[in-house]
Design a protein around this ligand. Structure first.
Ligand code: ADP
Ligand code: MG
Ligand code: MG
Length: 886
């Protein structure tokens, strides 16, 4: 590692740069960058992430040279500010701020006003001539430091503050006098001593190193670890520490602090969105202590004066900075600023988190503004984020009982049972219940519950509150700052303004787009796919090479998938058709028939229904390729379970229930996943596949002959392990298909291929390709058989494996590229070696998962196939795969 541990920024010059996020963390890199482009940033320095890594490597010891470098840089700050750290007459105060590469709730909270003690506070009074301000800063410092560095429960000192306000008969912190605050400082210190058994540290040097140590220490706290796990952030990254000279938003009514987004983070609208508070400091705005005011007239509802009105000059300056930042970073920014005595300072900028809707709008708008290219616009939208846009919203036609309204913090709609704690949310979700997490406000400790919930409702906090920011990041519906509700944790209820009481377990629905809280469940409608979304997808389709098909078993699914841009069906599971309505009876008759004759009779009943299914699918797909898989699951899956069902069936089949039960018993399997299924059924009961092939070909021929369709059916034989299985079944299929074609007297092409879903098939793909005209990698089964684990039984251990990082992710969610992926790759290579024009695709959940789609592109598949809702995600991921190619 380098021997430079500390990077200075101030007075228009910075040692660091914006692209040094790995070393300086996001916050530090951007403070350096803002300083360098001439924005007003209070001077300070950043201790690198490498120090954090070293710290943990060396048993929590700092590199030897660190002390000296910190002292040197502190001296530079002192010189620039004309103040001295710890000085009795003119003390420098600093903030100590954590800052990892990626912004990370769960890390140590910032400590402000560090350097204050009973001596230096006198210096602050002398310099500012404002005793109230000095003691307000001092009491805040003790509160923050005790909580985040000394680990004292924050409520303890907060309670003393509340008591003081009560005693004085005031509601706001700002109403306390200098004498009150001075008294508070004394009380706080006493309390710290009695709680912790030692004095609050008076020595500024000790305070500084205490805070630096706490930032590095917080990298390994449970909250931070959880957050890293959820967001795939490696522990090796480490965090940086920023030490920065203080600017004060709490020096009176010409002071303020605020946060803003350069565009609306919920809608993406190109307007300056932000909130601020006069005479306030640090996180007052987001903590919901007072109701924040909008930064401009357009942003508020007119009840509170905006910054544009009360501080027009500073607002004007901020508007200019907004433009500079967007031009410089070429993306929407999330900023923090403070105004000290009418002078504006920038304290942070970072790429703003946004909803999927906003991501799409900002990308399209910025491309139109010439700020970014179309390709960059495509890269600006995360494939997985699209999910938010593709899911339904509340049906506007349905009458809703709106009981409260809050801020539309994160769009979408969600319904579920009300719970009041993160743990309850997590426990309910574990057993498959859908919940809405209701809190007064959320904090980083609630992350696991927010993750488990369908939606989040908070009584306090603005659009930039913790709940709002985190929910938007997770793509979860959130209504925040809902002052219309009173939450009572003890009674486990909340009461709406109209008096409605909602208890734990009651169902509510949230509309994150309007901020409405609705009693009961509300049905939803499909999303809008035109407009900006449509434009983006046009660009996506021009870029990508991988085709995207869908897994669809019904004409309805096929239709939805077509609207989402599917270019064919990659997997139609015919067994799903077997379950419907009266056909299940015929299917059971077929399975339980005593002999071939009986089976053929039953199959004859099923034939017209299957043909009808295929007619529907072919019509819906209008000539696009359709791959139909012949029957795959073991037969006992179709058998009746209850006595009543068995009796009914016995009556139809004119046999005794005992005979049926016997037969069902006989079909029982110990390990159905590896049992009598797939092509093994076709081998032992050829008449089943014959019927299916006949249905497929008759449907195709009819449409070609009578309606002028162009169809090339793709008949897929599942679970082949050995080429001879395929050879036999292919010969059968050709015999039936050609018979049908002859009967109709039309010219029809068709393909016969197989699913590669067993390791042996992948290993012998060169042989299998002698028969197969296409391969579709069935990665669900291939994952099961490669790992030797059954997905249906994995629930008991797989989450544990993922939790303990034995598996980086659930291999059923993202394709295991190292193992299963190798088989897929090998299958492709061997298949192409035998048959260069063989069509290659994948079906299975992985076909709609972005990292897997990118892998499929890289190994040269022709297409992926996924569920209808994931088609746009796969299209976008396929475009990203091209753009990230190097
Ligand atoms: P977070 O990562 O949680 O946003 P920050 O380090 O940005 O934490 O700081 C928390 C709050 O303190 C922010 O509102 C920030 O603007 C404010 N703050 C940080 N440093 C200073 C400073 N030197 N002077 C004034 N306010 C500061
Ligand atoms: Mg914070
Ligand atoms: Mg911040």
């Amino acid at each position: 590692m380098a021997d430079k541990y500390v990077y200075f920024f101030g007075d228009g010059k910075a040692e660091g740069k914006g692209d040094m996020k790995n070393l300086l963390g996001g916050k530090g890199a951007n403070l350096a960058e803002m300083t360098a482009i001439g924005l007003p940033v209070p001077a300070g320095f950043t201790i690198t992430t490498e120090v954090c890594t070293e710290f943990y490597k060396n048993n929590r010891n700092y590199p030897a040279a660190l002390k000296g470098q910190v002292a040197e840089n502190l001296a530079r700050v002192e010189k620039l500010m004309g103040k001295t750290f710890g000085d009795a007459k003119n003390p420098l105060l600093v903030s100590v701020r954590s800052g990892a590469r990626a912004s990370m709730p769960g890390m140590m909270d910032t400590v402000l006003n560090l350097g204050l003690n009973d001596t230096t506070v006198q210096g602050v009074i002398a310099q500012s001539g404002d005793e109230r301000f000095a003691y307000d800063s001092y009491r805040r410092f003790i509160q923050m430091y005790s909580n985040v560095v000394l680990d004292l429960d924050g409520d303890i000192l907060e309670h003393i503050l509340e008591q003081m306000k009560e005693k004085r008969g005031v509601h706001q912190d700002t109403q306390l006098t200098a004498a009150d605050l001075k008294e508070l400082v004394g009380l706080f210190k006493q309390q710290v001593k009695s709680e912790l058994g030692r004095d609050f540290p008076e020595d500024p040097e000790e305070q500084l190193w205490g805070a630096i140590g706490a930032v590095f220490g917080s990298w390994m706290n449970p909250r931070a670890i959880t957050y890293r796990k959820l967001n795939n952030i490696p522990a090796e990254w480490g965090t940086a520490v920023n030490v920065q000279s203080m600017v004060f938003g709490n020096m009176g009514d010409d002071c303020a602090t605020g946060v803003a987004f350069t565009r609306d983070p919920a809608t993406g609208e190109n307007y300056f969105y932000g909130e601020f508070l006069v005479n306030a400091q640090g996180e007052d705005v987001v903590a919901g202590i007072r109701t924040p005011q909008p930064i401009n007239k357009a942003g508020g509802d007119g009840t509170l004066p905006s910054m544009e009105e009360v501080m027009p000059e500073c607002y004007g300056q901020l508007v200019k900075i907004r433009a500079i930042l967007e031009q410089h970073y070429r993306d929407m920014q999330d900023i923090e600023f403070t105004i000290e005595k009418g002078k504006l300072f920038m304290l942070q900028t970072r790429t703003g988190k946004r909803t999927a809707r906003a991501a799409v709008k900002v990308a399209i708008d910025m491309a139109a503004e010439g700020l970014i290219s179309e390709k960059e616009a495509v890269l600006r939208v995360e494939p997985s984020q699209l999910d938010q846009l593709l899911h339904p919203s509340l049906d506007p036609a349905v009458k809703k009982e709106v009981i409260a309204k809050g801020l539309p913090a994160s769009p979408g709609a969600a319904g579920g049972e009300v719970v009041f704690s993160a743990d309850d949310a997590e426990n309910a979700a574990k057993i498959g219940r859908k919940v809405i997490l209701v809190r007064v406000e959320t904090s980083p400790e609630d992350i696991h519950g927010m993750h488990a919930a369908q939606g989040i409702l908070t009584a306090r906090g603005g659009m930039t509150s913790h709940a709002a920011v985190v929910a938007r990041g997770m793509g979860k519906c959130c209504v925040s700052g809902c002052g219309d509700i009173k939450v009572d944790y003890r009674a486990q209820t909340f009461t709406a303004k109209d008096g409605t009481v909602i208890k734990k377990g009651d169902i509510i629905t949230l509309d994150g787009t309007t901020g409405e809280v609705i009693k009961g469940a509300v049905p939803t409608v499909q999303p809008e796919l035109s407009g900006d979304f449509g434009t983006l997808m046009t660009w996506v389709d021009q870029i990508r090479r991988l085709k995207v098909r869908t897994n669809a078993d019904t004409p309805h699914d096929a239709k939805v998938a077509r609207q989402f841009g599917a270019e064919g069906i990659g997997l139609c599971r015919t067994e799903h058709m077997f379950f419907e309505g009266e056909r299940i009876m015929a299917v059971r008759e077929m399975i339980l028939a005593a002999d071939l004759e009986g089976r053929k009779n039953a199959l004859a009943k099923i034939l017209p229904m299957q043909k009808g299914d295929f007619l529907g699918l072919f019509r819906e797909m209008k000539g696009l390729p359709v791959t139909i898989r012949l029957l795959d699951p073991p037969l006992h899956e179709f058998l009746p379970h209850t006595d009543k069902e068995i009796e009914e069936l016995a009556a139809v089949m004119k046999v005794t229930t005992a005979i049926l039960k016997n037969k069902a018993e006989f079909l029982h399997e110990f390990n159905p996943m590896l049992g009598h299924r797939g092509c093994r059924l076709g081998i032992t009961f050829p008449e089943i596949y014959d019927m299916q092939v006949q249905a497929i070909m008759e449907a195709a021929c009819e449409l070609i002959k009578n309606e002028g369709y162009q169809i090339v059916p793709e008949i897929m034989i599942p679970l082949v392990a050995e080429v001879k299985e395929l050879a036999v079944l292919k010969a059968n299929a050709i015999r039936v298909a050609d018979e049908v074609i002859g009967r109709y007297g039309v010219k029809v092409e068709y393909l016969i291929g197989t699913m590669i879903e067993l390791p042996r098939a992948a290993l012998t793909a060169d042989k299998i390709a002698e028969e197969a005209e296409f391969f579709s990698f069935g990665t669900n089964d291939l994952t099961q058989t490669t790992y030797g684990l059954s997905r249906d039984d994995a629930g008991k251990f797989l989450p544990f494996y993922v939790e303990k990082e034995l598996f980086p992710v659930d291999p059923f969610v993202a394709l295991d590229q190292e193992g299963v992926g190798q088989l897929v790759k090998m299958g492709c290579e061997k298949g192409r070696a035998t048959r260069p024009d063989i069509k290659l695709g994948i079906c299975g959940e992985h076909g709609g998962e972005p990292s897997s789609v990118i892998f499929c592109h890289q190994i040269g598949l022709d297409y992926v196939s996924c569920s209808p809702f994931r088609v746009p995600i796969a299209r976008l991921a396929a475009a990203h795969a091209v753009l990230k190619e190097k």
